[in-house]
Design a protein around this ligand. Structure first.
Ligand SMILES: C[S@@+](CC[C@H](N)C(=O)[O-])C[C@H]1O[C@@H](n2cnc3c(N)ncnc32)[C@H](O)[C@@H]1O
Length: 421
């Protein structure tokens, strides 16, 4: 069934309709390749050659027939046919009807080409070939399968309770609002939501907690705060990590920059809601920061990246990312990392982070920066982590938190220090 933007009386969609619309969009983006493969079995023309509105109507219909129990088959077909009639060429509605009904009539409606592992990884788990090839090369067949499956899960919702609030009390109040949580030991004061929508709670507006992936929370705790006076977050918006760092170091100031003015507005709002008066927003380009060399004792550089660690949250990225784009992003990350390293005082530390695990954006820029910067060295992150997380630290001392490890987004972090002379 298609969730309408408004009903006949012009009322906004109900929460239920919104949830269904979201489910359909994310589901189709996640399972696009698997859906197209199945549709090709029932359509005389390959799906790739059909007009986009027809393709979308078919994918939406098949997604509901295949993956959703709550929508009756007749309603799913009817809505897809109506969509095609409204948005596609004349005749398209008949085609959509025929393909979806052929699927419903088939004995074994979901095509299964008997245990072909490669087909399962690529098509069954619905990722582009180049990404599957990468995962197989990096992780082996079983590891790749785990990564692909993790990318296809609906993301968990995590919260971080602000340092000023009473952790147990916030939890109890959430529970009273119908939001159930469990402690999530990956980061301090982190909760995983098991039921309810935390955004509905008044406590959210009151700034008692922030909705933030647990991996992102962990990253913000990895930059040592002690023994320093001047702190800089070079790519700070919307402020998830910056507000944790600001809380940790308060009342000392944190200069939190972003190149985009609109993103700075988001950052300002986050800081206001979470009461972080020591967070000082600034519009600045991280590759040309407006500060003299050796101005900061601590720099957090959470570079703009492909976001390939966040596919469960952003499934569209797998269809738009490419190896070329990773190269380009890696080059710009290196440029920013050079600038960030030049800002360090003797003994100062730089935390380089990404929400991607791809080498072009992670180990390669860090390796190049270390090779070209005398006096800069990597500090193993093992010592900054609870014992259970130590296996996530590699020989290079960097943390690689994969989506399949703890059900969070994927993150990379490397801690670098300038020598003290
Ligand atoms: C990964 S996000 C940062 C997320 C943030 N650290 C957090 O935890 O909420 C990267 C940010 O870098 C910003 N950005 C992109 N290019 C930049 C540049 N040249 N200088 C500074 N910021 C930049 C983007 O606008 C984006 O907000």
């Amino acid at each position: 069934m298609i969730a309408r933007l408004e009903d006949a009386e012009g009322r906004p969609p109900s929460d239920r309709d919104r949830a269904l619309a979201r489910e359909l969009v994310f589901g189709v983006l996640r399972w696009r390749r698997a859906l197209d493969y199945a549709l090709d079995t029932y359509s005389r023309r390959p799906v790739s050659r059909l007009d986009l509105p027809v393709r979308i109507a078919l994918r939406l219909g098949l997604y509901q027939l295949r993956y959703l129990d709550r929508v009756p088959a007749s309603a799913a077909v009817h809505e897809s046919v109506s969509l095609a009639a409204a948005f596609a060429r004349p005749g398209a509605a008949g085609l959509v009807n025929a393909v979806l009904r052929a699927y419903l009539r088939a004995d074994h409606p979901w095509p299964h080409r008997g245990g072909d592992r490669d087909l399962y990884l690529r098509t069954g788990l619905s990722h582009p070939d180049w990404l599957v090839d990468r995962y197989v090369k990096q992780l082996g067949n079983d590891g790749a399968k785990r990564r692909l499956e993790a990318n296809n899960r609906s993301p968990s919702v995590f919260l971080r309770v602000g340092l000023r609030g009473d952790f147990d009390n916030v939890r109890r109040q959430l529970e009273a609002d119908g939001i159930r949580t469990e402690r999530f030991p990956l980061a301090p004061r982190c909760l995983k939501v098991t039921e309810g929508n935390p955004q509905d709670s008044a406590l959210h507006q009151e700034g008692e907690f922030h909705i933030q992936d647990a991996g992102s929370q962990l990253i913000a705790w990895l930059l040592p705060a002690e023994g320093a006076r001047r702190y800089f977050d070079a790519c700070a918006a919307p402020g998830g990590k910056a507000t944790i760092l600001a809380e940790r170091i308060g009342p000392r100031p944190l200069i939190a920059a972003d190149v985009r003015t609109s993103r700075i507005e988001l950052l300002r709002n986050t800081a206001r809601r979470l009461s972080a008066p020591n967070l000082l927003p600034l519009v600045a380009d991280a590759s040309r920061p407006p500060f003299a060399a050796r101005s900061f004792d601590r720099v957090l550089l959470d570079v703009p990246c492909s976001g390939l660690g966040t596919l469960s949250r952003n499934p569209d990225i797998k269809w738009t990312a490419s190896p070329n784009r990773l190269q380009r992003l890696g080059k710009s990350a290196l440029q920013m990392a050079r600038a960030a390293a030049s800002l360090l005082t003797p003994g100062g530390m730089l935390l380089y982070a990404t929400c991607s695990l791809e080498p072009e954006e992670t180990s390669e820029p860090v390796r190049d920066l270390l090779a070209e910067t005398p006096g800069l060295r990597a500090i193993p992150l093992r010592d900054r982590l609870p014992e259970a997380l130590e296996p996530l630290v590699g020989d290079d001392g960097a943390l690689r938190l994969a989506p399949e490890d703890h059900g969070t987004d994927g993150y990379f972090a490397a801690l670098l220090q300038r020598s003290s002379i």
